[in-house]
Design a binder for this molecule. Structure first.
Ligand SMILES: Cc1ncc(COP(=O)(O)O)c(C=O)c1O
Length: 318
């Protein structure tokens, strides 16, 4: 199959923004990271991989995409430096799915020491599936380079426009290690013959003209104001709550006291018109209750109102 419409602009974009240097034909265009994970099922199995370790807490959605292909997903705890590589080794899994630039949902940025440990784990026969889902949204620190930029043969890199432009566009990209490339292209071909080309041409224009970068600069300012409004409202309406992962991304994770189950709190919040995700959805291991609160799509005033309603819900349940 010939490389699809926007391989070259995506390769250019990744070089500029993520330090990844690849040829356009190394970019496999897919319908988002969700599809990438599904396409990887047969590719991983053919490589003798039947388990992909996942971060804990870690995205429920991506774990479900792995599980739908009957891959086991042993959990690996995340601490303040990122995923614990000693615990990863103990799972015996040969592959791991990671969000190293901004861990979902805790927001932890993998430390330099932990990145070195991870790269050493991979060099010893491990495969890292790098989900670079919102690396572009940085407020208080520069982005860390992608792991793929450091270790091409042991990292399968995945990204998409979902957090850059809109998830509804369903455009993403995979840079697999070269030994997996043909099998991945076959999987894409037999799934849908390739992504629609017109949306790819629109994306190519946005990337090549500099409009996408301009758009992101605008968004960073807007998101920072929304994030600041959320942190202020949390201090006011959820006293004692701890905010995690504020330096980047499009959401905050909060852990709170008293220890009301987070599923109950999220249900009570929804009844008041506030949508948020319980942290326990994203856990396989026991841990503190919490909420994942998105702020990207909500203006500051409405963010503050929503957090105030959350505070009411928590007080009532407590
Ligand atoms: C951490 C994480 N990775 C990947 C995805 C899937 O993204 P995509 O829209 O690119 O399929 C999601 C979905 O929201 C997500 O939360």
């Amino acid at each position: 199959m010939a490389p699809l419409g926007c391989g070259a602009p995506i390769a250019g974009w990744l070089a500029r923004s993520r330090g990844i240097r690849v040829e356009p034909e190394e970019v496999v265009v897919v319908a988002g990271t969700a599809q990438a994970l599904t396409l990887l099922h047969p590719v991983l199995r053919a490589d003798g991989i039947d388990a992909v370790a996942v971060e804990d807490p870690g995205s429920l959605g991506t774990r479900q995409h792995l599980r739908s292909g009957a891959l086991a997903t042993p959990p690996v705890p995340v601490d303040d430096s990122g995923v614990r590589v000693d615990a990863l080794g103990a799972t015996g899994a040969r592959a791991v799915l990671l969000t190293p630039a901004h861990q979902f949902p805790t927001g932890v940025v993998t430390s330099g020491e932990r990145r070195r440990e991870l790269l050493s784990w991979a060099r010893n026969g491990g495969l890292i599936l790098e989900d670079d889902y919102d690396a572009e949204h940085r407020y208080d620190r520069p982005p860390v380079p992608a792991l793929r930029a450091l270790l091409a043969d042991h990292v399968c890199y995945m990204g998409s426009v979902s957090k850059l432009l809109a998830p509804a566009l369903r455009i993403g990209w995979v840079i697999p290690p070269s030994r997996h490339r043909d099998a991945l292209i076959d999987a894409k071909r037999f799934t849908d013959l390739g992504n629609a080309v017109l949306p790819q041409l629109v994306l190519a224009r946005l990337m090549e003209s500099g409009d996408l970068e301009r758009h992101l600069r605008l968004l960073r300012g807007r998101h920072r104001r929304r994030r600041d409004a959320m942190i202020k409202a949390i201090t006011e309406h959820l006293p004692g709550a701890v905010v995690h992962g504020a330096a980047a991304g499009l959401h905050l994770t909060v852990t709170y006291t008293p220890e009301v189950p987070d599923t109950e709190l999220a249900t009570a919040a929804l009844a008041r018109g506030v949508k948020c995700q319980p942290l326990s959805w994203h856990r396989q291991l026991p841990g503190r209750p919490g909420l994942v609160l998105g702020y990207a799509a909500t203006p500051p005033g409405a963010v503050a109102e929503g957090v105030a309603l959350l505070g009411d819900a928590l007080r009532e349940l407590a």
